[in-house]
Design a protein around this ligand. Structure first.
Ligand code: UTP
Length: 297
């Protein structure tokens, strides 16, 4: 079992097909949909950087060009803004290019999240690392990832973010069977079930898209067979670790109470856009006024 070491690497799988958002995602990854004027993926990368991670690996699929271009320089756009003296927009545009050291690996066939994570093996090497799902957006001020990394360092454990959901929603998530610990925010995970059938879920604690993982997960993923939906599931590999702490130590769940948006889901996406727009100084007041008049039906 490895000693705790400093975590610097973030792996962000963006290779999914985004079927829930078709046809918008036919030619563009869902992670490039804008939340007001920044693509979803930029919020996720900013969260990783805010938590102290300096190296980002995207595991990409088809249509990765827009995403790659977003994190690259665009001299054409930069020159235009410079010639107009538009320093505000210029700094917004430049921000994405200097956030972190960004790398890419192709997933090939989209065989599931577990498969996407396995594709990061060579880049990650024998180090602990963080996985952030590219369509899951957290309130950055809540510092979820920072807290998870603190828990990792304290317990030398795999740490998975969990939220409490309505029991009738748990079948949409990976679900954790847990034991409490002396820390109210941390639970010991005893078992995991991906998308449990209604009435069979061991709890209402759902896995969300933030994980602090140890490199031992890769060997387990190598041997993980397709599970729910015919996909190689990260949850199934984590279940193996949770049931045998000799492999990589214990698996803990960190219960997140803050705000989260599932932007891969149409309703979740619209909620994120409206809430973020309302918080903005430039358009928030006018949107609020309009929402009042509109009445929402
Ligand atoms: P999702 O199930 O939310 O993504 O996977 P999806 O498959 O793109 O979405 P729908 O259900 O078809 O609308 C969770 C995360 O795992 C990534 C996705 O990009 C998303 O960030 N993923 C999933 C991969 O990178 N590769 C895969 O083979 C599957």
């Amino acid at each position: 079992m490895s000693e705790t070491s400093w975590v610097t690497k973030a792996v962000i799988p963006v290779g999914g097909m985004g079927t829930r958002f078709l046809p918008a995602t036919k030619a563009m990854p869902k992670e490039m949909l804008p939340l007001v004027d920044r693509p979803v993926i930029q919020f996720v990368v900013e969260e990783a950087v805010e938590a102290g991670l300096t190296d980002v690996l995207f595991v990409t699929g088809r249509n990765k060009n827009a995403l790659e271009n977003h994190f690259d320089r665009s001299t054409e756009v930069e020159n235009l803004l410079e010639s107009r003296g538009d320093a505000t927009r210029l700094s917004e545009v430049m921000k994405a290019t200097s956030l972190a050291n960004i790398h890419y690996v192709r997933q090939g066939d989209a065989l599931g999240l577990g498969h996407a994570v396995l594709k990061s093996r060579q880049h990650v090497g024998h180090e602990p690392f963080v996985v952030l799902l590219g369509d899951d957006v957290m309130e950055i001020e809540d510092q979820l990832l920072r807290d998870m990394l603190d828990a990792y360092r304290e317990y030398n454990a795999t740490i998975i973010a969990l939220i409490e959901v309505d029991p009738d929603q748990i079948h949409l998530y990976g679900c954790a069977e847990v034991e409490t610990t002396s820390d109210a925010q941390l639970v010991r995970i005893k078992n995991l079930v991906e998308k449990p059938q209604t009435g069979t879920a061991p709890s209402n604690l759902a896995i969300i898209g933030r994980y602090v993982l140890k490199p031992e997960i890769f060997d387990v993923l190598e041997n993980t067979k397709p599970g729910a939906g015919g996909e190689i599931q990260l949850t199934d590999a984590l279940k193996v670790l949770a049931q045998d702490d000799k492999i990589a130590g214990p698996v803990f769940g960190f219960i997140y109470k803050g705000k989260r948006y599932d932007t891969g889901d149409k309703l979740g996406y619209i909620q994120a856009v409206v809430e973020m727009a309302l918080q903005r100084k430039d358009i928030g007041p006018a949107l609020k006024q309009w929402l009042k008049q509109f009445g929402g039906g």
